[in-house]
Design a binder for this molecule. Structure first.
Ligand code: ZN
Length: 260
């Protein structure tokens, strides 16, 4: 069965910066979506910041197994109510794949609870993403490393909680390193952060980058849908419980509460 993937893009740089427009005339989300659709394994929905409800209506999210997120200059314009909605979907089981500058998105910071700050430099330097988890489904078909000749550098310290699993570590020509592929679990959902994707380089045409995105969309995809918002919290016991001192209980001490 096809994995239902919604690709969310802020979709602003493609309209305002010539260099980005040239690379991604219809948006980065379109290029990623077309590549994923070509595999035959995905049903793709595209969503953008300027769409009504940012393209993330209740209906769209209900029909999403994995949400992919790219944002950069307009994180602040994402409405809190949509962030709440996406957060709840992740907690109930939807997957979330956050790309590149999405590290500063409201949804990523909400899910992780830290500032998610990092160092950066843009001088088209070489990056090598070392594959630390060759047996993980996210790195299926990826060799020892992915090499990108021209990238923006992201450097440590990346202010994130300890990942549940580290999948890639990047080395940069200028000497910095960075945790470029990180897996987190939150509630019933899986989150994958993947670093590549600066808008002025043709990163989303790189076959290995696209392969990792495809693999992660499958691996993060929703397998259960369990809302924990109104979860029952005071259930009737499954077994009959023998009557006890209802005031304090005894904790194994021989005195009863009224003798203390
Ligand atoms: Zn960037």
């Amino acid at each position: 069965m096809a994995t239902k993937v919604t690709i969310w893009n802020e979709f602003r740089h493609e309209k305002t910066k010539d260099a980005v427009k040239k690379l991604y005339p219809e948006g980065m989300h379109k290029v990623i979506g077309d590549a994923l659709a070509k595999t035959g394994d995905f049903e793709i929905t595209l969503a953008a910041l300027d769409d009504p409800e940012h393209g993330l209506t209740e209906e769209v999210l209900a029909n999403t197994d994995t949400l992919v997120w790219w944002g950069h200059c307009a994180h602040g314009e994402v409405k809190e109510e949509i962030v709440d909605r996406v957060q709840q979907r992740v907690l109930e089981g939807m997957g979330l794949v956050v790309l590149h500058s999405g590290h500063f998105s409201k949804i990523f910071r909400r899910m992780l609870g830290t500032n998610c700050s990092l160092k950066w430099r843009e001088v088209a330097e070489r990056e090598r993403l070392w594959n630390l988890a060759p047996s993980h489904p996210i790195t299926e078909g990826i060799g020892e490393y992915i090499e990108l000749p021209n990238t923006e550098m992201y450097g440590e310290r990346f202010d994130i909680p300890e990942p549940d699993k580290l999948i890639f570590v990047s080395w940069f020509e200028g000497g910095e390193v960075f945790r470029s592929g990180c897996v987190f679990e939150r509630g019933n959902g899986r989150i994958f952060y993947f670093r590549p994707g600066h808008e002025t380089y043709p990163i989303f045409y790189n076959e290995q980058v696209l392969k990792v995105i495809a693999n992660s969309c499958k691996w993060c995809a929703q397998t259960v849908k369990i809302s924990t918002v109104n979860a029952p919290h005071c259930p009737e016991p499954l077994e009959k419980i023998e009557e006890k001192d209802i005031v304090f209980g005894s904790a194994g001490i021989s005195q009863t509460a009224d003798k203390l």
